[in-house]
Design a protein around this ligand. Structure first.
Ligand SMILES: Nc1ncnc2c1ncn2[C@@H]1O[C@H](COP(=O)(O)OP(=O)(O)OP(=O)(O)O)[C@@H](O)[C@H]1O
Ligand SMILES: [Zn+2]
Ligand SMILES: [Zn+2]
Length: 740
């Protein structure tokens, strides 16, 4: 029977239409085709092939095949279909994620440059004549001769020599040609080749296990979780593992949380493989369309065999993949925030499985999902327990800010005496300081300053969120509501209220206390400019800055040997948010931020200011005890049926009409409760913590299920039979990481 193809049409509206496939046309999914669209010719990408859909009009045939080779490799196609299914996203949306726009809408041609080639050197006496009459032409000939007979026109002087080049061309001495050049995003940077380090025994053992991984019953390597404390030399292990894959003739993919936030990691890869510069491709969101086009095609045609990139680089069209590395695998930035809402780490594990490649998930603070997988035997666990050059882990002091709050009567304490004294000492010694501030979310909980008590939901054990508009406390997991207490339920104090301060306020205070110190603030506001972060960090490295004040942005992968003090100003803020992962995030942040201290010769000190000094995430982080932390946290997750023991998903509606957003969600809720599979727990619809954003009202409900398949199938069924009104958008976030 004749088959038809679903084609994603090029163009800004990204339409999808079905076409008949002419019987002799060798089309596979991922091919680019020419098709008729209304009364013109158009181009597009084949998404899917199958029996023609039942319609009462005849499908038009595909006109021709542009490229017999599909743009998407078969494995990536398989991955795409899996994603569409699991995350309940339309296949065409997944395809957009898989194939960057610049590649699909093939309008970005290669960048070229003019090259002058020496075709025939004049005889000696001719050359002498030229030297006298046209010295410019003589210099060009001599330069070309000295440079293996060819030079870019630009290097010869560009426009200023073009007349001279022309007359040389006329005389038959040179030829002007065009040559494709790569748009290299890092053109302005030089990378000195770094040599592999002699591994310490733990690193050597880790590398050995990565090169000879345990396999499952089908002979496919088991995913590896590399849990290495901060500064343990994970990156060196990655570098050598990648080198090994290349030596085997294979390719390697390295995912990092966000390129602009981890410039040092990219630099280390670029330096190690400096001699193979042309084989390294870097993919990230700051590339221009042209740069992306070039990098993508260098990967697709096998020129680039090492790809470093953020989340979406997981779709890099590498073939013969030997290893995938996911650095800082616990990072939230691996989750895509728009549809398809895939998790880069999970897709890495799946892709490695499809390609029978090794996948290494590395972190000093593994996610509980990955850690639990090592406990159940699905993943293999490798540990690095010591810092690479055997420095000690930094000493962590936890400061009880409730006492400070009493001392400073009624005012919000930003800087404790202990931290101030410590800062004075470090500055006197010419050492450097990082002050870290948890980003303040819009979701606020009520915390009592004198005793640290936080109002929680008794069903879900997460903090209740304060809604100012109707003066209500709401649980954002189950929908439970209550009135805010007038007095603290724990100590009876009336001071229970909202409080907080931002990076800007901190900068002001620090400036007043230490007017001589040179400081820089790193947060989303100050780092908008391209390369702003890189420049600030370089200044810090060169010790032109004494104190850095920053948010999450400075928590990752930075290595500054002269930093001896890290102050964490408000450890609580991330802790009391309406999210069962709040404790995990706080543990991760404290451990990662603390890991920036004492990475050189000098011992490091970390001071943590908190209103809840006994919270387990703070105490376990203080003792550098990941296992202890994981054990109690997994117990809590198990008890309340949270991931990794169940899948959590968020279903939301957004609309400029509040009632319609609410009504649509209520309707979906009604439909979902019908024939609800027993594995699924369905929450109540409620306004989102961020009730209104970008002019839209937001409603949401939670779904929990012990079976991922039951969950996405049930939701898929309901969503496909319940189209929303035109002015309501539906959001489904499988394995959601945030609940707003
Ligand atoms: N075998 C080794 N011998 C000497 N120095 C090493 C060795 N391995 C790594 N180092 C050095 O130790 C420091 C820390 O290593 P690296 O940054 O790779 O650790 P990491 O585990 O990736 O840290 P983090 O998770 O904190 O980012 C670096 O300066 C690195 O060059
Ligand atoms: Zn609740
Ligand atoms: Zn109290």
């Amino acid at each position: 029977m004749q088959q038809s193809a679903r084609v994603l049409i090029d163009g800004p509206s990204e339409l999808v239409f079905d076409y008949m496939i002419p019987t002799d046309m060798p089309i596979v999914t991922g091919c680019r085709v020419r098709i008729p669209l209304r009364n013109r010719d158009s181009t597009g990408t084949v998404l899917d092939i199958g029996p023609p859909p039942q319609t009462n009009f005849t499908l038009r045939p595909i006109s021709s095949l542009i490229d017999p080779e599909p743009l998407i490799t078969p494995t990536l196609m398989k991955l795409g279909k899996w994603i569409a299914n699991y995350y309940v996203a339309p296949l065409e949306q997944v395809m957009r994620a898989l194939l960057p726009e610049s590649v699909r809408q093939d309008t970005h041609s290669e960048k070229t440059r003019k090259v002058v080639e020496l075709t025939a050197m004049p005889a000696t006496d001719d050359l002498e004549k030229i030297a006298k009459r046209a010295p410019k032409q003589h210099i060009i000939l001599k330069l070309l001769e000295a440079n293996a007979g060819a030079m870019p026109l630009k290097d010869l002087g560009g426009g200023s020599v073009s007349a001279a080049v022309k007359s040389l061309e006329k005389k038959g001495h040179v030829k002007l040609t065009e040559e494709a050049v790569r748009r290299d995003p890092d053109e302005d940077q030089e990378f000195l080749e770094s040599k592999p380090l002699q591994l310490n025994s733990e690193q050597a053992e880790a590398l050995k296990q990565i090169l000879e991984p345990a396999t499952n019953e089908n002979g496919i390597p088991k995913p590896i979780l590399l849990h290495g404390v901060t500064g343990s030399g994970k990156t060196e292990v990655y570098l050598q593992a990648v080198q090994h894959a290349l030596d085997q003739g294979k390719s390697a993919l390295v995912l990092i949380p966000e390129i602009s936030l981890t410039p040092q990691t990219v630099q280390r890869f670029k330096s190690r493989f400096a001699a193979l510069q042309d084989q390294v491709a870097v993919l990230h969101s700051h590339l221009s369309q042209g740069e992306r086009f070039d990098e993508w095609h260098r990967i697709r045609n096998g020129q680039a065999r090492i790809v470093i990139g953020a989340r979406s680089a997981i779709f890099a069209p590498l073939t013969n993949l030997g290893i995938i590395i996911v650095d800082e695998e616990h990072e939230n930035t691996y989750k895509q925030e728009t549809s398809p809402r895939y998790h880069g780490r999970d897709i890495a594990v799946l892709r490695a499985h499809f390609e029978k490649a090794v996948v290494v998930l590395g972190s000093a603070t593994p996610s509980l999902e990955s850690f639990q997988n090592t406990q159940s035997g699905k993943y293999q666990l490798i540990r690095l327990t010591q810092r690479a050059d055997s420095q000690a882990m930094p000493i962590m002091r936890v400061l009880d800010m409730r006492i400070e709050a009493q001392k400073q009567k009624g005012r919000i304490a930003i800087l404790s005496d202990r931290l101030r004294v410590s800062m004075e000492k470090k500055l006197e010694n010419g050492e450097q300081i990082i002050l870290f501030l948890n980003r303040r979310g819009f979701a606020r909980s009520l915390q009592c300053p004198p005793c640290g008590h936080v109002c929680e939901c008794q069903h879900c054990a997460i903090p209740l969120t304060y809604h100012r508009t109707d003066d209500r406390l709401v649980c954002h997991m189950c929908g439970y509501q209550s009135l805010p207490p007038k007095k603290c339920p724990s100590c009876g104090d009336e001071a229970i209220r909202l409080q907080g301060f931002g990076t800007q306020k901190v900068e002001e205070v620090i400036q007043k206390v230490f007017p001589q110190a040179r400081m820089a603030r790193i947060d989303a506001d100050t780092m908008r400019r391209k390369n702003a972060l890189r420049d600030t960090l370089n200044k810090f490295k060169a010790h032109k800055i004494d104190i850095i004040i920053g948010t999450q942005m400075i928590a990752k992968g930075l290595h500054f040997p002269n930093v001896t003090l890290v102050g964490i100003l408000n450890a609580d803020l991330g802790l009391h948010v309406p999210d069962f992962r709040a404790g995990e995030r706080t543990f991760q942040l404290l451990t990662q931020v603390a890991g920036r201290a004492g990475r050189g010769e000098l011992e490091g000190e970390v001071i943590v200011q908190t209103f809840t000094p006994h919270s387990p995430s703070i105490q376990f982080a203080r003792h550098h005890d990941f296992d202890g932390y994981a054990e109690q946290e997994l117990q809590f997750r198990n008890q309340f049926g949270y991931p990794p023991f169940a899948h959590c998903a968020l279903l939301g509606t957004r609309s400029t009409h509040e009632r319609r957003a609410e009504f649509t969600l209520e309707n979906l809720h009604k439909r979902l409760s019908k024939d609800l599979p027993p594995q699924i727990e369905l929450g109540e619809p409620m306004p989102s913590p961020l009730t209104r954003a970008h002019g839209q009202f937001r409603y949401q409900l939670m779904l929990k299920s012990t079976s991922a398949r039951a969950l996405h199938q049930h939701v898929q069924r309901v969503l496909s039979t319940t189209p929303p009104p035109d002015d309501v958008t539906i959001i489904f976030d499988m394995d959601a990481l945030g609940f707003f």
